[in-house]
Design a protein around this ligand. Structure first.
Ligand code: F6P
Length: 349
């Protein structure tokens, strides 16, 4: 096991509010408590696969002191996959050696941490993962950081469209991110008291939704709000924005809000509009909860480096920050369980 002097850190995949909280905590703890040098690697795995002159930045306490409340990631992000082309993973490992990086903190979701796991398994790279995604779809942790902020933003959006829905006697459909997991929509649907919440885990029944709005109309409420996940399908096919796939094979989802609004209008005769929240859910300042969670994750990740807990990911279990294996964390997408969805469904209508 190689001694650690220099720690690298990168953020990969879709950015998430409070990424800077992790960067700040890892940097400060590594430098002040352990005396390590910290290198920020820009643009995720891309910074190690194909380094540009600005790909590596030495991080000092002065670089991270005031970034906790800042959205985005000061290290930039990319969806680069070093396991897409043969030989690229080796290049990443060699470049790590070139930069003298003894240990790595990989901050990301399933894709970024899946790569981290393979680099650890295949080459013995000394690394620790940190769960970052607004989608909250990583296993082995109660929540990821960024999720709370996304739910707060989507909840506020529902609150806001509700008043205009009522004024104009319309059904407003709010399309929410999350890919193939309905966590953000579920959270915002419950907190925002949506009249209907639709998530990818549960097949929507348009007849039931039509009846619901007919009943609301009969009782004098000819309006309502539907929260729908971007990953919900009305047929076999996902609704997508383009046919292109990213390096991890993901399509760009989007369009279910508009399609559903059209269906509801045709079936009920009620005027409808749709709103796509999109990247508003990822941008801007993180909630206090996410600032605290990301700080705790960062401190524990630094500690995991010190303890040589290689191949592990920091995770929230109840009130504790623990470490779990990257294998456990990345094996399976964590989706919304049926009983939680049923809890939300109690309030539909
Ligand atoms: O994984 C986070 C996420 O925001 C998903 O909810 C969404 O489907 C996707 O990223 C959007 O990706 P991009 O930023 O590449 O448009």
């Amino acid at each position: 096991m190689a001694e650690v002097n220099r720690v690298g850190m990168l953020t990969g995949g879709g950015d998430a509010p409070a990424s800077n909280g992790v960067i700040r905590a890892v940097t400060m703890k590594c430098i002040e408590d352990y005396g390590y040098e910290v290198l920020g690697i820009r643009r995720g795995w891309g910074g190690l696969l194909d380094p540009k002159p600005d790909s590596i930045q030495e991080l000092g306490v002065e670089n991270v002191r005031y970034i906790l409340e800042e959205g985005g990631t000061i290290l930039y992000s990319s969806r680069t996959n070093p396991y897409k082309e043969e030989g690229d993973a080796e290049k990443v490992v060699n470049n790590m050696k070139e930069f003298g990086i003894d240990a790595l903190v990989a901050i990301g979701g399933d894709d970024t941490l899946g790569v981290a796991k393979r680099l650890h398994d295949d080459f013995g790279v000394q690394l620790v993962g940190c769960p970052k995604t607004i989608d909250n779809d990583l296993s082995a942790t109660d929540t990821t950081f960024g999720y709370d902020t996304a739910v707060a933003i989507a909840t506020e959006a529902i609150d806001r469209v509700r008043t205009t829905a009522r004024s104009h006697e319309r059904v407003m459909v709010v399309e929410i991110m999350g890919r193939h997991a309905g966590w953000i929509t579920w959270g915002a649907g419950v907190a925002g008291a949506a009249n209907v919440t639709l998530i990818p885990e549960v097949e929507p029944d348009l007849d039931v939704i039509t009846d619901l709005f007919k009943k609301r109309t009969e009782r004098g409420d000819k309006w309502g709000v539907i929260a729908v996940s971007e990953g919900v399908t009305l047929s076999e096919e996902y609704i997508t924005q383009s046919v292109e796939r990213d390096e991890f094979g993901h399509v760009q989802l989007g369009g279910i809000g508009q399609t559903l609004a059209g269906e509801i209008k045709e079936r009920t005769g009620i005027d409808t509009r749709h709103v796509v929240l999109g990247h508003l859910q990822r941008g801007g300042t993180p909630t206090a909860h996410d600032r605290i969670l990301s700080t705790r994750y960062g401190l524990r990740a630094a500690e995991a480096i010190k303890n040589a807990e290689w191949g592990q990911m920091v995770a929230l279990r109840g009130n504790d920050i623990v470490t779990v294996s990257l294998a456990e964390a990345t094996g399976e997408t964590k989706t919304v369980p049926e009983d939680l969805y049923e809890a939300a469904a109690t309030f539909f209508g």
